[in-house]
Design a protein around this ligand. Structure first.
Ligand code: FAD
Length: 319
């Protein structure tokens, strides 16, 4: 039996995810990126800002410099989904070499639901307690019976590589799974999503905890740009272009100009009389009176200048 020491996160009834080792973190991403952007280049000199820039522009290779090695134990039907992520290095417990253990996944009552009518790959609705008990007892019955048969065949000397074929896919397996941060984020993006099956989602969520600890800026950027960022198709942009009045776009662009000005000011404080000219340089169109009113309202947020300028470019392209 492989060892399952302290830092493991329990998943399902008998599974776990344990970070065995990792190499690098946010610093390794920045270090690799600076090879292409040059050390000390202005504007991308802040680590967090650089990581966010890389993520926004899908400059992905620096994220491959960070490596994670996990020891995981999951039911075989979960492993079948997991193994589709082809970029990982895997070494799995061998049922040709070793005997299977009497270790099966039995779903908890709260995870037993009906087939979803809306989503062919999902579940929904509240199942009666009677049916839940029946589901659990069938899981137990098939697990017990198949293991009895397996043990009998084993004792009779039948090859383990053949005898294992009588075991169902709720049997637990284990593996070492190594991947880089770029591909691990891709995995988590797909498998922690609400469309993924509950039984793999818990493992993905557990691995996400390691990403948050090892590369917090990269995790934050991934959430902001990949998971929660919206991308519009050409058709969707066409609809926006036709239906968003220019005055609405101008209003938003106006706010962006204020935000750029406030950000530049917070990065490098200016004299009061230089603020309005700075705002005008950013494209601001308000009069000095309106500028002063808005500026003194104190409601202007700051952000990342480069990102705000990119946003302004996207907005004006809709006009
Ligand atoms: C909700 C959900 C439902 C799914 N349903 C089904 C289903 O019904 N049937 C089914 O068969 N699968 C299904 N899958 C699996 C899915 O189709 C992918 O195989 C799986 O998510 C792995 O994604 P990937 O290929 O992007 O990841 P990885 O294999 O980790 O690859 C990462 C990236 O590397 C690149 N890459 C890797 N290998 C190659 C290659 N050989 N050629 C080109 N580029 C490559 C691609 O850019 C890829 O996105 C489902 C997945 C999810 C999340």
């Amino acid at each position: 039996m492989l060892d399952n020491s302290d830092n493991s996160i329990k998943c399902l009834d008998n599974g776990f995810v344990r970070l065995v080792d990792s190499m690098g973190g946010d610093d390794a991403i920045v270090q690799a990126a600076r090879v292409s952007y040059g050390k000390g280049t202005s504007k991308v000199s802040q680590d967090r800002g650089l990581i966010r820039y890389l993520m926004r522009h899908r400059h992905t290779t620096p994220f491959e410099m960070v490596e994670f090695k996990f020891h995981c134990k999951m039911p075989i039907f979960v492993a079948r989904q997991w193994v589709r992520h082809r970029t990982a290095n895997i070494n799995e417990y061998s049922l040709r070499y070793s005997e299977a253990r009497d270790d099966f996944y039995i779903p908890k009552k709260e995870h037993i639901q009906f087939q979803s009518a809306l989503n062919k790959q999902g579940r929904m609705g509240e199942v009666s307690d009677e049916l839940k008990k029946k589901v659990q007892s069938y899981f137990e019955e098939i697990s017990d019976r198949s293991f009895e048969i397996y043990s009998e065949l084993n004792q009779a000397g039948v090859a383990r590589e053949l005898a294992r074929a009588v075991l169902p896919v709720n049997l637990y397996t284990e593996w070492y799974w190594k991947n880089d941060l770029h591909n691990l984020l891709h995995f988590v993006g797909l498998r922690s999503d609400s469309h993924a099956q509950y039984e793999i989602r818990v493992f993905s969520d557990a691995m996400a905890e390691s990403i948050k600890a090892v590369a917090p800026f990269a995790w934050e950027a991934y959430q902001d740009y990949a998971v929660k960022g919206l991308r519009f198709s050409r058709i969707e942009q066409g609809i926006l272009e036709q239906n968003l009045p220019n005055r609405v776009i101008d209003d938003i662009v106006g706010d962006v100009d204020y935000q750029i000005t406030a950000t530049l000011h917070s990065n490098k404080p200016r004299k009061e009389e230089d603020l309005f000219p700075l705002y005008q340089q950013q494209g601001g169109k308000d009069t000095v009176e309106d500028f002063n009113l808005k500026w003194e309202s104190g409601e202007i947020k700051t952000g990342n200048v480069r990102e705000l300028r990119e946003f302004k470019g996207k907005l004006t392209s809709l006009k």
